[in-house]
Ligand binder design. Structure first.
Ligand code: SF4
Ligand code: MG
Length: 324
C-alpha cells in the first residue's frame, strides 16, 4: 500500500505578543513528519496541547501551517487553489469530538446530510434522498432519524450522524479528532466498531487523534506518540503497545489497564505537568519530566531513529536508538 498522505517537517509556530513586544513563540507543531498509508489507521496520540489536533486541522488546511509539506496523493495541500481546496474538503473529512460543533442546530439531521451532498453537487435530488436513507442504515440508525434535530438524539447517535455526513461525500481520508472521547465507555466501543467496519467497506484511511491509549489500541494499525509538537516514538500498534521504548510512551502505557497482560506494568508517575509549548525546554523537551534524563538530554535534541524493538524513537538513552 502507498501513502495517501505525506507530512514532512511540518511546523505550526505562532508568535505570542504583548503590545509590540514578542513574548515568545508557541511551537504547537515542531518538525513533524509522518505517512498515512491507504487503508490504514494511524493514531496520533498524546496529552492535551501536544499538537495533535492542530496537525489534524493543518492537514485539511483549516489552519495554515507555518512551513513544511503536506501531500495528499502526491499533491501539495499547502499550494492548492481555493477551488481545489473545496474538493479536498470532500475527499478528506473531519469528524470532531462532538458532532454539535458542526451540525446546524436549526436543521434536521436529514437536512444537514442532504445539504452537504448538495453543496458539493453530488447526485440528483432523488438520489440524495435515497442516499440519505442508505447512509442512516449504514451507521446503524434508521429513516426516523432524518426528521430529528441534533439536540433530540444522544451523543453516540450524533457521532453516527457525523460519520454518515462525512461518508455522504465519499471521502478517502477521515481525520477523526477524539471521536469517542465525549461518549460513555459502553457507547465508545460501538462507535469504534462502526469506524472499523466502514474502513474496510469504503476503503477509508483514518488519521485518528486521541489522548486515550485504550481507544487507540482498539483501532490503530500504527501509532505516533506526540509530546510538545514532536513525534517521540512511532511504530506499529503491536510494537508500540508490547514493547514501548521511549520513556514517555512507557509512562503513558503504564497508566492503561491491560487485561491480557498477566503481570501489570508498574505505574510510572511523571513529575510535573506538560510544559508550555511557548519556549519549550531545550534539548529533549521531555527532559523536565523524564525519569532517566541526563545532562546531554538538556543540550541535544534527539532525532527519531530505529530502536532495537522496531519502533522509531527519539531518545538519547534507548538501546539501538539515537547515534551520538
Ligand atoms: Fe528522557 Fe533524555 Fe530520552 Fe529525552 S532523550 S526521553 S530526556 S532519556
Ligand atoms: Mg485536541
Amino acid at each position: 500500500s502507498r501513502p495517501i498522505l505525506q507530512v514532512r517537517d511540518l511546523n505550526m509556530h505562532f508568535p505570542v505578543k504583548k503590545g509590540l513586544r514578542q513574548l515568545g513563540t508557541v511551537r504547537a507543531v515542531d518538525g513533524l513528519s509522518f505517512d498515512l498509508y491507504e487503508g490504514e489507521t494511524l493514531a496520533l496520540v498524546g496529552e492535551s496541547g501536544c499538537g495533535k489536533s492542530t496537525t489534524g486541522r493543518a492537514v485539511l488546511r483549516l489552519i495554515d501551517a507555518t512551513d513544511g509539506s503536506i501531500q495528499f496523493q502526491g499533491e501539495e495541500v499547502r499550494e492548492m487553489s481555493r477551488s481545489r481546496l473545496f474538493q479536498l474538503r470532500r475527499e478528506m473529512q473531519i469528524v470532531f469530538q462532538d458532532a454539535y460543533s458542526f451540525l446546524n442546530p436549526r436543521l434536521t439531521i436529514g437536512e444537514s446530510i442532504l445539504e452537504a451532498m448538495e453543496v458539493h453537487g453530488l447526485h440528483t435530488k432523488q438520489q440524495r434522498a435515497d442516499k440519505l436513507s442508505e447512509l442512516l442504515d449504514i451507521v446503524g440508525l434508521n429513516d426516523s432519524y432524518a426528521g430529528r434535530y441534533p439536540h433530540e438524539i444522544s451523543g453516540g447517535q450524533r457521532q453516527r450522524i457525523g460519520i454518515a455526513r462525512a461518508l455522504s461525500l465519499h471521502p478517502k481520508v477521515i481525520v477523526a479528532d477524539e471521536p469517542v472521547s465525549a461518549l460513555d465507555v459502553s457507547v465508545q466501543s460501538q462507535v469504534l466498531n462502526l469506524f472499523q467496519d466502514l474502513k474496510d467497506k469504503f476503503g477509508l484511511s483514518y488519521l485518528f487523534i486521541s489522548h486515550d491509549l485504550s481507544v487507540v489500541r482498539h483501532v490503530a494499525d500504527r501509532v505516533a506518540v506526540m509530546y510538545l509538537g514532536k513525534i517521540v516514538e512511532t511504530g506499529t500498534a503491536d510494537e508500540l503497545f508490547d514493547n514501548p521504548q521511549h520513556p514517555y510512551t512507557q509512562a503513558l502505557l503504564s497508566a492503561v489497564p491491560q487485561p491480557e497482560v498477566a503481570v501489570a506494568r508498574e505505574r510510572i508517575i511523571l513529575r510535573g505537568e506538560v510544559p508550555s509549548p511557548m519556549n519549550p525546554p531545550s534539548g529533549c523537551a521531555f527532559h523536565t519530566r523524564c525519569p532517566i534524563a541526563t545532562q546531554r538530554c538538556q543540550e541535544q535534541v534527539p532525532a527519531l531513529a530505529p530502536s532495537a524493538a522496531g519502533t522509531l524513537v527519539a531518545c538519547h538513552h534507548v538501546e539501538g536508538g539515537n547515534p551520538t
